[in-house]
Design a protein around this ligand. Structure first.
Ligand SMILES: CC(C)(COP(=O)(O)OP(=O)(O)OC[C@H]1O[C@@H](n2cnc3c(N)ncnc32)[C@H](O)[C@@H]1OP(=O)(O)O)[C@@H](O)C(=O)NCCC(=O)NCCS
Length: 236
């Protein structure tokens, strides 16, 4: 599909602000902060695709297991960071430190649990997770709690929503997790603002359950509660 057609593919299915969002150079939402996306990777998208993304495109069974045209799911690189910062600040109300973004590239463990969605080589969404708990206990002999995956950030620019791209980001993380019993994470969870019904619904349709409401979680939001949404991974 030609680039112009691909832009129309997403633009025709999105609600508003599509032209600015597709270029990634202007904010999408009122709470956005301007920043410079000019150093984002300009590599052709398919150069950066990770193996799983290409493999899944081979699957026959499935509208629901393939990326939309022009999108690839890739490992995050240094050149993506400015664009990721910008899209995160326009789509999520919380602010993250520079370290938070840099670590996604420099920290091998976090890098392995981070994915970026690229359209024409440009980041349009990302997921960053980390592994919690499950440390070795050989010296103390104490039982350690099982490890879990924490979704620290998940967001997608508006025009790219509703096509399964965020699902592909999540699935890419889940597919990459170790399957051996001793290394397996028991669950994956996230905090979701209590008023964010879209995200709560999205997680619930993907097997997450609301397990706990933390009433004083967000300092900048009113109301300030967050749902902990969790999905057990035993069944994977
Ligand atoms: C949360 C967020 C990432 C979800 O994005 P999204 O576009 O709705 O999610 P997807 O890209 O997976 O698209 C899913 C929809 O695409 C449609 N779809 C089309 N093709 C599809 C495919 N191959 N696979 C899956 N879904 C597909 C489905 O209708 C699906 O809707 P469903 O949830 O009812 O099943 C997005 O709303 C967002 O960035 N929100 C702002 C930030 C935010 O709130 N983040 C979460 C905070 S924790």
């Amino acid at each position: 599909m030609a680039q112009a057609s691909l832009h129309r593919y997403f633009a025709s299915k999105s609600d508003s602000a599509t032209a600015s969002a597709l270029t990634g150079k202007e904010p999408l939402e009122d709470n956005s902060r301007a920043s410079d996306a000019s150093d984002a990777s300009t590599k052709p998208a398919h150069d950066a695709c990770i193996d799983e993304a290409s493999a899944q495109a081979q699957q026959t069974d499935s509208k629901r297991s393939t990326c939309p045209p022009g999108i690839c799911i890739a490992q995050i690189e240094q050149g993506h960071i400015n664009a990721i910062k910008q899209l995160t600040s326009t789509t999520l109300p919380m602010r993250y430190s520079d370290k938070f973004y840099k670590q996604a590239v420099s920290d091998a463990a976090i890098n392995s649990l981070t994915r970026v969605a690229l359209f024409d080589g440009q980041p349009v969404g990302w997921i960053r997770c980390c592994l919690e708990g499950g440390g070795a206990s050989s010296t103390s002999g104490h039982q350690t709690p099982p490890s879990q995956i924490y979704i620290q950030a998940l967001c997608l620019l508006g025009p790219y929503r509703g096509h399964g791209v965020a699902t592909q980001l999540l699935d890419s993380i889940l597919r990459s997790l170790p399957v051996q019993e001793e290394q397996r994470a028991s669950s994956i969870y996230a905090h979701v603002w209590e008023q964010n019904e879209d995200a709560l619904g999205w997680y619930e349709r993907r097997g997450f359950k609301r397990v706990l409401l933390l009433n004083q979680y967000y300092r900048r939001l009113r109301p300030c509660g967050a749902w902990v949404v969790r999905r057990e991974l035993d069944s994977l």
